[in-house]
Design a protein around this ligand. Sequence first.
Ligand code: ZN
Length: 155
Amino acid sequence: MRCPFCGNVDTQVKDSRPAEDHVAIRRRRFCAACAGRFTTYERVQLRDLTVLKSNGRREDFDRTKLERSVKIALQKRVSDAERVDQMISGIVRRLESMGDAEVSSKQIGEIVMETLARLDTVAYVRFASVYRNFQAVDDFDKFMAELRPDTKKED
Ligand SMILES: [Zn+2]
């Protein structure tokens, strides 16, 4: 594995242990060239996924991108990294199991929202507000009302 800091390809594994309830192997790596330390994860990949974006273009599914957007949504809400990793693995597993090698960015967004809604309401709203690109405050209020079914909706 190439060192992300200096590009040296000869890095050493210092420690390997199961993570995410044995869904992944976490490896601590060390680069002797620059003394950099980094972590890699080994995971089962059931299939190669292609993402069909809303502009019609296709790109390889990238777990890191998904992770980034989910982590932004979860900032200062859910800090348990292990739990977040498990959640992301769950999303990826669902995408892989959908029976199609191609998924739309819309489908990914829906699954992420569904998962976040179960985990943390604030994170869900954050993600949804970006994802759905709410432009009118009015829409956002309606959305918030939907989130709390026990609150009385104004007619
Ligand atoms: Zn290095």
